[in-house]
Each structure stands twice: as structure tokens, then as C-alpha cells.
Design a protein around this ligand. Sequence first.
Ligand code: SAH
Length: 507
Amino acid sequence: MKRSGKVYLVGAGPGDRALATLKAIDCIKEADVIVYDRLVNKDLLEYRKSSCEMIYVGKKSNKHTFTQDKINEIISDKAKEGLIVVRLKGGDPYVFGRGGEEAEILFEENIDFEVVPGISSSIGGLSYAGIPVTHRDFASSFHVVTGHAKKDSDLDINWKALSEEKGTIIFLMGIGNISFIRNMLIENGRKRDTPVAFVSWATRHNQKTVLSTLENAEEVVKSGEIEAPAIFVVGEVVKLSNKLNFFERKAMFGKTVIVTRSRKKNSELKEKIEELAGRTIELSTIDINRKEGIEEKISNLDFENYNCIAFTSHNAVEIFFEVLKERKIDIRILSNMKLASIGKATSDAIESYGIYPDIEADDFTGEGLANKIIEKLGKDGNKILFPCSEIAGNRFEDLLSISSNEVDRLEIYTNRENLAIKDELIDILKTEKIDYITFTSSSTFKNLKKILGDENMHLLDKIKKVSIGEITSNTIRKSGCKVDIQAEIPAIESLIEAIKNDINKGK
Ligand code: SAH
């Protein structure tokens, strides 16, 4: 029997990825096809499954514009093929998003659909600029109005009522029509000195709030201070922005940080920076892959034979436990082994499986971990399993092997530079203003260097280099680069603190 398709009209929220609803994320995860617009934060698309088809129907795609009819046709056709279609729109689908029209067509064509409301820029976007749309002292109503029309006369708006009302007036798509909007409000009785604000790219790292008066609104747009997409808001509530604009006061607002990451998923570092309103550019400088045949090797291990398992990277932890799970090997098989870990990131990865390391190095080095194992388990007779990267140093094994301990090195992943990003990286470094670049391990730096090539390393000169710890810093210095900032202890939290301190120093 043919599966019947379904369409979800989903609001993606105003921009900040974290403002999407749980239901929106669930729909994206489930979708066979995602049909999305320009104002949707592309990071949300990362939740899709790998087989999901993506169709961009926003404007400015190679100057090609999809007509509304064409969009409707795509959505209906895909649903009729039995697919789950997510129609992803900025803000809320029913606020000037033509969501109503699309839903009507689905109803007429007898296609199953649901609507997932989103936070509209008209309300949520303004709150990120410190503007509450209502307030007992200033406004007891708000009006969300389209400023867009082919001709001014097409705007079916009761300007008189709108101007005489004391409520907040919020115009979406109003920038191009600002002169008409301003004149109509003034002619119909709104005071010239009414406070107004423009908020562009609300809830994004590049959010900009410009405060003015109704009188001067046109000048603000003419001066180029504000660009689309922007909300134009008129009313006394705007006065609160200076007090309530929490977002633009966040610690990393206005800063751009390159995050060199190793595995595919969104990194913790990226999330933390975004929480502080910073912009991140994530670059996978490292390609981490399981070593071929490793599943067999792990399955065939004689676990009973070991009294200790040592991890020196979170990648090793994740890959090792992923394989155990895939092969349905119960983790209790490790119950007779002591777990040794290096550094907080590695321990965090271990703890995410509900088990806690018995031995942790104090100084985050392989040498430190070897000494700690000897201290805790004795000098001789230990049999240690060491799942690691193909490029893990030998210091750990060498030190332990001096006495009669045995270390079984099990290389479970490869760690290579991702040359595919070279052109993109050079382009970013040449064209964007980058404040910081973070290195969370020696290999993130070494790989970046290999990708860029010596001849392009000067492109990093003006960017502050942030290192997670002494080992990484030494690697950076050895290649002749300066380390501007080092985390106090090698952990993501500490690295973020170090950047925040640096920003504060500059204030
Ligand atoms: N459905 C959307 C609105 C779509 S109309 C919502 O509920 O937010 C598109 C207009 O919305 C833009 O021209 C702009 O005026 C406004 N807009 C949407 N997202 C915005 C953002 N992040 N910052 C400023 N304005 C935004």
C-alpha cells in the first residue's frame, strides 16, 4: 500500500537557532523533503536525516525566484508521492508567510497537514531588541502590519485608526516603503516625536537596533544604517530598549569566532558562543573516521585479560562506545577494568555513558596519566587497553612499558586534515572580520596549517589565537605563531572564560 504523505507548515522562529520549537526540530528530523525560505537559520537544517531532500525557494537564489504557484505545486506533488514534507518558514508560518494560502491548497487537494507555530519576528524579534510590544504604562495593544505592497495604494490599511490608536505599530517588510508609511502616520495624527526603532536581523549575531523618531525615520533608512530584513516599530514602548536590550549586551555580541571542530555534530563550543550572542564559523579541519575493520577487532577483544582501559581523547571514547553499542556488547563487560582518562573533555565523554573514570591525570598529558596509573595500580603487572587515534603519541605507552606493564595500543580512528575546505577557508579569512580562532587540540592547529599551506598562514596574523592548553600552545608556538589567549585549564568552559576576559579587557 502506498504510504500517504503529509505536510508540516513549520515556523522556524526569527533566527536564533535556539528559538525553534521542539516540535519544529522533530518535524525536521522526520522530513523526507524540506522546502525552505531565505530567513530560515540554515543551522536548523543540520537536524535533517541524511536522505532528506532540500529545496530552497527563497529569493536571491541565482536570481531565480519561485512563484507561489510553483511552491504550492512542489509541496503538493511531494506529499502526493507519499513523502513527509516540511515547509519551513521564518518566524511564524501564518504571519505574512503565506502559510494560510498554502494550507488552503492542501485542504482543497485533500492532503494531510499540520501547522507548527513559530516565534514571530514581530514579537520575539523585538523582545531581543529590548522592546516589549505591550506595557501597562505605554501600550495596551499592538498591531502587526505589512509595509509591503506593489503600489502604495494597494496597502489596505486604515491609517486613521492605526494612527489614532495608542498601541504599538509593528511593520514587517516596511523598509522599502518607509517614506510612505511615515507620511501616512504623521498625516493621520501620530506625533512626529513618537519614538521608533528599526531592528534588523533580529535575534541573530548581527542584530542591529537603531532608535529614532517618526519624523526622522526616512533618514535612517536613507543613510544606509539599517538593512533588510528589518522590523519597523512605532510607539512609546521603544523607549524601553535602552534598558531592556539584553541581547546586544551579551558577552560575545558582535564578535566572530572560528571554531575548528573535529567531529561532524554541532560542537559544544559553538553552542556556548551562540548562547553569548557571538557568531561562530565552524570549520571541520579534521576528518575523523573509524579505522577499517575496527568493529571486528573490538568485538574480538579478550576483555577479561585487561585490568585497565585508558582514553586520551573524547573521539576515542565516542567511537569505542559506539562500536560496543552497535555490536550489542554490554558495557558491563568493562566492569572489572579501571577506567583512566585524560582531561575534562575525555572524562565528560566517558560520563555521558553513565560511568565515571577511576583515574584522571592532573596535568592533561599522556605522561601524567601514565604516572597516575602507576601510582594507583602499582608499577608492575598491569594490562592496559589503549584505544586511540592512529596519530596518538607514544609517550604514554613508553612510560608504562618501562616496568612490566603491558599496553595494547588499539588504533580505532584516523585523524587527517580536511583539505576539501581549503578554498572556503581562504575566502573566509580574506573577506570576513574574524576576532578569534580557537584550537582545542594540537591536531586542530596542525591540520589547519596543512590545509592553509605555509604561504597562507599570514592570513591568521590579525586573528587572536585561542588555545585550550599548554600542549596545544606549544604546538602553535613551535610553528612560529603567537598564542594570544590560553585557557586556564583545558576545558571548553575555561576557554570561553578566557575569551570573555579578553573582550572585557578591550572594553
Ligand atoms: N513569518 C515571518 C514574517 C515574514 S515576512 C515572521 O513571523 O517573523 C518577512 C519580514 O519579516 C521581513 O521583511 C522583515 O520585516 C521581518 N523579519 C523576519 N525575520 C526577521 C528578523 N530576524 N529580523 C528582522 N526582521 C525580520
